[in-house]
Write a new protein. Sequence first.
Length: 317
Amino acid sequence: MGQSPVHNVMIDATPPVNPDPSGINTFAHAVHVWNRHRIMNAEWNFCHDNASGVAGYSYEFSTSADTVPDLIIDTTPGPFERRIASPLLEDSANWYFHVRSVDRAGNGGIGAAHIGPYNIDATPPSAPVLTPNVPAATMIWSNSMQITVDYDTVPDNLSGNAEVRYSFTEHSTSDPRSGNMASGGRISSGDLRDSIRWWCHAIVVDQAGNRSEIAHLGNFKKDSTPPTVPDIRFRHERDSANYTVFWNGSNDNLSGVQCVDVLYRIDNSFDYTMWKNCPLEYNALFQPEEGHRYRFYIEARDEAGNASGRRGSFEFR
């Protein structure tokens, strides 16, 4: 009778060791920290198996803390193969990474290495709502060289709003991401220069670093420069106690002259009497009362409320 050949059969029924969770590197993503990037990279240390040897690793990203990957090998043990990227992860505060060793005999590690939770929020918050602190402030000239704007934010239902950034510029579409940080529902500029085109810009940034669309409010018109002082002169009418008063207009290169007023004082009084308020003409006849002294003044105002200062005339009786 013949003899059958002898075969050596290697038996490995011992599960391999899973990677150490403390050696798992997830790079830009940190546990319990909000992140706006949907793809997470992970890398872990090589594992040894004293029998058949590690053939590869099975891994999974899930929103459960104790998921155990199957025995299907997803990547081999090589140093580059042990660095992987997740699929696009949905917004959630409960992402976990799980990795499991699989040896050449098909044994899987007991359970798996788990790390998490990772917080993913890739949805931008809503833009802030800006309103001028003074109603109609974007429609009128002002000689106050500061701007105050109120803002409201919409709650962010995932990572939450972290901050509001703002800036004031002379451009209607500026980006305030590197601007100042607002608080308390109100933002204020510093002292601004004269300009017809000041704008306020603001964004909301959430805890994950997502930025909202930019809110713009403007334009604010600022003018702190008074108009020029008008001239005034007089002509005594022949054979009469009356005087013809002449004045000219004023110049204002920004908001424009709103009005020129002609006033006078009687005798030693410190009170001014309005004689011509925003007149359309540039001269008028004045009939003084006998026995009194008169001193005339002229003043211009611009659309922002700046006054030129009063220019006085000679006295006459």
